[in-house]
Design a protein around this ligand. Structure first.
Ligand SMILES: [Zn+2]
Length: 141
């Protein structure tokens, strides 16, 4: 039943050998996790940098026509009122030809301005008409 050769192949571990193996295994596992995390972080950084090179600054929008979306929106009031540098106006015009998002925003702003000026005109007109009416009433005895 008992094989004497098998019993000779196995021997007791030296004291602390199992603890060393467990410690080595945990250390190796931590090292592998650290390598995976650093690989993920470096891949993310490379992709972020590549995206920056291809698309541009993430919060400034796209660079089209020589100007970022953010700068188009910042200068939109001056652009719409015509009080802007000719070079900047040219860049904005080129940008609007290429960027649907900015073109929509500028159109909305333009329409809002037209509505506001129309309302102001109506208010001015009614104020003028009412003052004329008052003047007429005041003239009659
Ligand atoms: Zn844009």
């Amino acid at each position: 039943m008992n094989n004497p050769q098998q019993n000779d192949a196995w021997s007791d571990c030296p004291t602390g050998q199992i603890a060393k193996i467990v410690q080595y295994s945990k250390s190796r596992e931590r090292h592998l996790i650290a390598r995976r995390v650093s690989l993920c972080v470096s891949t993310f950084c490379v992709l972020l940098f590549a995206g920056y090179l291809v698309v541009g600054h993430p919060f400034a929008g796209r660079l089209l026509g020589g100007i970022y979306c953010q700068d188009v929106i910042i200068n939109s009031d001056s652009y719409l009122s015509g009080e802007i540098d000719a070079e900047l106006a040219r860049k904005i015009k080129n940008h609007l030809a290429l960027c649907d998002t900015c073109r929509t925003k500028i159109e909305q702003k333009k329409n809002r301005r037209a509505d506001e000026s129309s309302q102001l005109f109506q208010q001015d007109r009614s104020t003028i008409l009412s003052s004329l009416t008052l003047n007429r009433k005041n003239r009659k005895p």
